[in-house]
Design a protein around this ligand. Structure first.
Ligand SMILES: C[S@@+](CC[C@H](N)C(=O)[O-])C[C@H]1O[C@@H](n2cnc3c(N)ncnc32)[C@H](O)[C@@H]1O
Length: 242
């Protein structure tokens, strides 16, 4: 697969493509995430997109930085923040998972550390190496008591079932099984052609994050997403075990 496939994919998009783009739904999603963020005064929202949720986070944080690799998304985010009269409360930066850390050092002040670092519906666009790199860098920019929230990771076991229609209760079990078989063939073909195996990026099981937690001496917790049957959240804090 081309190295920058997902960066290119997002470069001309202007919407975070939530299940619904109604303000009511976005507000509900933000409330769920704010519950898990559980306070803190400073937030880095990595992969903030068009600020669909960031406008709600911004109301709760004294310091708020939004970063995204896509200029089109950052432009939309600016527009949305302006619309909500929040442009002065959020600093936006066009940077990807590699360059954001240097940006923070240079532009936001050398020792800048956040109490919360979030990434919502973003981890699926990073491969395992990139996720590990993200966590190790995030830890250097996290306060001692801070929390990293990886929201809406795509579940490797549930996503194929969701994709085949398991949660669409008007579909018969036979048609779900048929679609699942068809999907397996397409996954195999994409794999051979070195194309992205799934339309929604990389899928992960909790085991991957448990291993990362062990390696970086972190505590890890999981919660299922309230609004997406095939997604879950991962929370890292520094380990309290002696
Ligand atoms: C599905 S959108 C989610 C946006 C936002 N977090 C939300 O919940 O509305 C995914 C975002 O991740 C960004 N993204 C993908 N890969 C990235 C990377 N390597 N570095 C920075 N941003 C990235 C995309 O540009 C896009 O805006």
């Amino acid at each position: 697969m081309k190295k920058n496939f997902w960066l290119e994919y997002w470069s001309d998009k202007t919407s975070g493509m939530h299940r619904s783009s109604s303000e009511d739904f976005l507000q509900k999603e933000a409330r769920e995430k704010l519950f898990h963020l559980a306070g803190g005064k400073s937030l880095l929202d990595f992969g903030c997109g068009s600020a669909d949720l960031l406008v709600y986070y911004a109301l709760e944080y004294e310091v708020c930085v939004g970063a995204d690799s896509s200029q089109a998304m950052i432009d939309k985010a600016k527009e949305r923040l302006r619309l909500h009269q929040l442009e002065d409360r959020v600093s936006l930066s066009r940077n990807d998972d590699v360059h954001i850390w240097d940006y923070l050092e240079k532009e936001e002040g050398g020792n800048c550390r956040f109490e919360r670092i979030s990434a919502g519906q973003v981890i699926q666009y990073l491969d395992k190496k990139q996720v590990e790199h993200f966590i190790s860098n995030a830890l250097e920019h996290l306060t001692e008591e801070g929390k990293i929230c990886l929201f809406d990771v795509v579940n490797e076991r549930l996503y194929p079932l969701w994709h085949a229609g398991l949660f669409n209760y008007s579909d018969s079990v036979v048609s779900v099984v048929f679609r699942l078989l068809k999907q397996r063939l397409s996954v195999f073909k994409n794999h051979l052609l070195r194309r992205p195996v799934y339309d929604d990026g990389y899928l992960y099981t909790p085991v991957f994050f448990i291993e990362l937690a062990k390696k970086y001496k972190l505590d890890v917790e999981f919660a299922n997403s309230m609004y997406y049957e095939y997604r879950y959240h991962v929370f890292f804090t520094r380990s309290t075990a002696k």
